[in-house]
Design a protein. Structure first.
Length: 107
């Protein structure tokens, strides 16, 4: 099943469309969906959900490392490095928030 999904994802029709435009469109859609999801979550659930999203941030970090090591262009490498830094800050911040939240429940 995962192989079928991977093959389908790589067969996105891009006839006459620059890959940068496709990438930007996906990015804009991801930002919109992320914003809509975050604004619909009640504040009381935000911290527990943030601790659960650390695994997703770890996957983002792996993707950022892969992007920075691809050595396509200097700009892509620098953007990949920036993504690694930002994803690392996100993961560390998430674990710090989780640790602080768990400290409140200890006696």
């Amino acid at each position: 099943m995962f192989q079928l999904l991977a093959e389908t994802a790589t067969q996105v029709p891009t006839q006459g469309t620059h890959p940068l435009v496709v990438g930007l469109a996906i990015f804009v859609l991801a930002v919109f969906v992320g914003f809509e999801i975050i604004t619909k979550i009640p504040p009381t659930l935000h911290t527990p959900l943030m601790s659960g999203s650390n695994a997703i941030s770890g996957v983002t970090l792996v993707g950022a490392v892969l992007a920075s090591g691809a050595e396509q262009t200097d700009l892509a490498t620098m953007l990949g490095l920036l993504a690694v830094i930002m994803a690392t800050v996100n993961v560390v911040g998430g674990f710090l928030v989780t640790h602080r939240m768990l400290q409140k429940f200890r006696r």
